[in-house]
Write a protein that binds this ligand. Structure first.
Ligand SMILES: [Mg+2]
Length: 306
């Protein structure tokens, strides 16, 4: 039985060419805390999470001082047990973004190690439901970019084989509509366009915006409201045909469960895990690929099945 004998922690700063802007924030670096686990039989796994420019050093400190020491000597196959132990060892600072992002580094590293050892990619280790999935890009959709740049990037993405692109919203309403219209006109029907407000609005404003966006045939309206406003999402979802997407800023199993147990007419969840896809599917929700913090995936699925 293999044992974890070494844990390396490091920070990778991904610096964009220009300051990136969305509806509520801007940043000059995507901090990417990373963690590499090595076992005594030579196996290795790498995990990571990321922040929008702040807090990454706090994630690193939590990993270095509290989480990594607890991994030494553990059986890396016990992914679920390790996640639970680490979660309760840091319970004084959970639930919250810093702790969730640190746990995600460990969790993804353990799954990476497990898959490398098995010689399988994650989607096969998870059961192999399908061999391909459509991808979208948000790389060229930032709020500081003007319409011509949005159109250029969307056309480039379409030519490269992407199934869609995601654009930030949060300028004045008529500006958002003009920008989205320019992209829709350029890419035509059949290429998905998503929008993301990064939690900028309250219900009335989000409803107004959603109705303005509806004629543009959008795939979803992401984070229109503060993530904790469960009732607001229910009211908004009842007043628009647009699918409403949440999940990027949810950090606990219980919060995910609150959303999934509601009967939304239009709802998109978001996560990286195939288990999360299963759990969401059982509740009739569609799931997009958007997440940087992972509860332990099997734990998440189990939570919804009970
Ligand atoms: Mg987002």
């Amino acid at each position: 039985m293999a044992r974890i004998e070494q844990v390396d922690i490091f920070m990778l700063d991904l610096v964009p060419k220009v300051r990136r802007v969305d509806a509520i924030q801007s940043f000059v670096s995507q901090e990417t805390p990373m963690l590499r686990i090595r076992t005594d039989d030579g196996a290795e796994g790498v995990g990571y999470s990321y922040t929008i420019g702040t807090g990454g050093r706090s994630v690193i400190a939590l990993l270095r001082h509290h989480l990594a020491p607890r991994l030494i000597g553990r059986n890396p196959d016990m992914v679920e047990q390790i996640w639970r132990d680490l979660f309760y060892a840091t319970h004084a600072t959970a639930v919250g973004a810093i702790t969730a992002l640190a746990l995600a580094c460990v969790d993804t590293a353990l799954w990476d190690l497990r898959c490398r050892r098995a010689g399988k990619p994650l989607h096969m280790a998870a059961g192999g439901a399908q061999l391909s999935a459509p991808l979208y890009t948000t790389e060229g959709g930032w709020l500081h970019l003007e319409s011509a740049a949005l159109v250029e990037d969307a056309l480039r993405a379409k030519a490269a084989g992407f199934g869609g692109c995601k654009l930030k919203v949060g300028r004045k309403p008529h500006e958002d509509v003009a920008r989205l219209s320019a992209v829709r006109e350029a890419v035509g029907a059949g290429f998905e366009i998503m929008v993301d407000a990064n939690q900028a609005f309250q219900v009335d404003e989000a409803t107004r915006r959603a109705r303005l966006y509806e004629p543009l045939d959008l795939a979803w309206f992401e984070e229109p409201l503060p993530a904790e406003d469960l009732g607001g999402h229910v009211r908004l979802s009842a007043q628009t045909r647009l699918p409403v997407a949440v999940g990027e800023s949810i950090y606990s199993l219980s919060h995910f469960r609150e959303y999934l147990q509601l009967d939304f007419p239009h709802f998109e969840g978001s996560a990286d895990s195939p288990w999360w896809f299963c759990a969401a599917g059982e509740h009739g929700s569609r799931v997009g690929k958007r997440c940087r913090q992972l509860p332990s995936p099997p734990a998440l699925a189990a939570a919804f099945r009970t």
